[in-house]
Design a protein around this ligand. Sequence first.
Ligand code: UDX
Ligand code: UDX
Length: 462
Amino acid sequence: MEKITVVGSGYVGLVAAACLAELGHSVICVDNDLARVETLQGGGVPIHEQFLPELLARHRGTNLEFSSSLPEAVRSSSIIFIAVGTPPKENGEADLSYVESVAREIAQNINGYKVIIEKSTVPVYTSDWIRRVMHLTTGADCEFDVVSNPEFLREGTAVTDFLYPDRIVVGADSSRAAALISEVYAPLTTGKYYLSPDRIPEPDGSACAAALILTTAKSAELIKHASNAFLAMKISFINAVANICEEVGADIEQVSRGVGSDSRIGPRFLRAGIGYGGSCFPKDVSAFRAVAHECGYEFDLLDAVMDINEDQRLRFMKKIRTALWTLKGKKLGVLGLAFKGRTDDIRESPAIALIQQLLAEGACIRAFDPAAMERTAEIFNDRITFAEGPYEVAQDADALLILTDWEEFASLDLKHLRTLLKYPIILDGRNLYTPEEMEQNGLMYVSVGRKPSNLKQFAKVG
Ligand code: UDX
Ligand code: UDX
């Protein structure tokens, strides 16, 4: 059992802290947001994440503590994960000022050998910068190592992504640090955790010991950026293909099934839609682009990935205008606010960007999301209204828009929807239904990369 500090109790830090406690370590999770720390100490769960409430209830007060005092936490542990935010700056680079200030505070309180682990997504060279800040603050004689251990946690499945990872990447330039971090993850890499009767259930019914990939710190930093950029590229690629499907009358769902079943390509992250969002892909693709430029390489491919992503939303907006003609005064029902299903996170959500545009063009929005309404209300105040469920959203609406891929939006009673809507128009940015089932239920249906249904009636309404 190791004594571990995790700095930052956001989407990544809190999940990492809870999962490290689940692996048997003694963890202090530190945050400088006092209200958040109080919520956590008092038994609250500030983010929507499957299995997180269970893990917090299981470990809070025993091997998981919450604190706002970084100095105390640093002094009491030899392993310190940094999981504070690294938001994008105007020029696309990552803002590393939080990472720097945490590194400085660690340096000011160092009292023996420490391993400082970058968990936040950071550009290559950050480990060097952290080392420099540490040396400048402490003088030359303190003992520490800096390790890059990137997270590959998808919001919504972050707990199982942590506990059942495809791989664990540890970028360490010293064997002492590599050995210590390997020990932290040993319950996963030896498979011991998977024998525990009270483990969090494996997502697909099978678990095997996680692969540990040991690299240099720089390689690990690049693995993180390159992985996210590649996944974003896959999404932009399939979105571009979806646009060709629309032109030629093909079906993107068939095409992506056909393409994705080539084991060299794989079916995941090949779902066409209204573009990727969230706190990672948009920020990481532009940060990786900026890093490459700094290093003297123009990674133009990433410009195309970002352009296609932006264009995907604009194209959907155009579809809404085509379906409804004018937007001023139209009552639109919106299903989904989060950047994807199973999370309450609305950072860089395509749904939010579309709502902003719809409001700017005079539409009235009533929305429902199973988890993200509270966060959305904070940005829109009373400029949009909220409903208690999907059917209330549809009531008397001029059209229904599906903007987030929540599972519960994929099994609505279409006959009932038809009776509720003022006009039977559904615009689906996530392809949750087939055009055929919409047609059978008398609904006009516009989605991504597929032929619209009931276009003739659609023309009459338009
Ligand atoms: C993380 C990573 O930091 C980011 O690099 C990655 O790409 C996505 O995930 P996330 O956990 O989503 O970010 O961020 P957020 O939910 O904003 O949490 C960051 C937490 O750190 C906040 O609770 C904030 O209060 C805390 N923080 C920030 C500190 O404790 N100290 C600071 O100096 C700054
Ligand atoms: C991502 C990474 O997947 C994860 O490894 C970690 O580095 C953090 O960032 P996250 O942002 O939580 O995770 O969600 P993810 O599931 O990757 O989805 C990102 C965006 O892409 C969402 O807006 C989602 O709707 C979209 N997406 C995803 C698609 O449009 N099509 C797909 O096929 C998959």
